[in-house]
Design a protein around this ligand. Structure first.
Ligand code: DQA
Length: 164
């Protein structure tokens, strides 16, 4: 099972930027915790951060045929990027959206997420712990999809046997 974690603009500044909102933890430390949890669960994990919208679209497209699940914090692009939304919709890979802060409690322009409607779910307001919740969620979603596909394959094999 492989999970790709995509971090949007200014998240490389965590630990420095607006600590009253985002807290003191650095992005590398959040990723180290996720890596530890991934290891414990036998999950392969890859991290990507970019301040550029097109690079995030490219990275999402690269997940096709490679990743089983995606965790994304599109940061400010959450509220503006039709391109990132379309990329998530195009690749059809289960995706969980995360925000450190509770975007619904903040300025009005942050209340709308263009990306959330094409994601499996959205986790907001729990700080770095949100990434842990996202890991738990994506692993569960992937397991359910795998179990469903295996059951369908089993049924198809049985039908093929009956037909022969
Ligand atoms: C954020 C919320 C966004 O509104 C903001 O632009 C960010 C971070 C969060 O994790 O809380 O850069 O995605």
């Amino acid at each position: 099972m492989k999970v790709v974690v995509i971090q949007g603009p200014n998240l490389n500044m965590l630990g420095v930027r607006e600590q009253n909102i985002y807290g003191p933890m650095k992005l590398d430390d959040i990723h180290a915790q996720m890596e530890e949890y991934a290891k414990q669960n036998g999950v392969e994990i890859e991290f990507f951060q970019s301040n550029l919208e097109g690079e995030i679209v490219d990275r999402l497209q690269e997940c096709l045929g490679d990743a089983d699940g995606i965790i994304i914090n599109p940061a400010a692009y959450t509220h503006t990027s039709i391109a990132i939304r379309d990329a998530i919709a195009a690749i059809q890979i289960p995706t969980v959206e995360v925000h450190l802060s509770n975007i619904h409690q903040r300025e009005e322009f942050r209340h709308t997420s263009l990306t959330a409607p094409v994601c499996a779910g959205q986790i907001v307001g729990f700080g770095p712990f949100g990434y842990h919740l996202a890991m738990m969620s994506i692993i569960q979603i992937i397991r359910e999809i795998t179990a469903m596909r295996e059951a369908q394959a089993g049924q198809q094999a049985q039908v093929a046997l009956q037909e022969n």
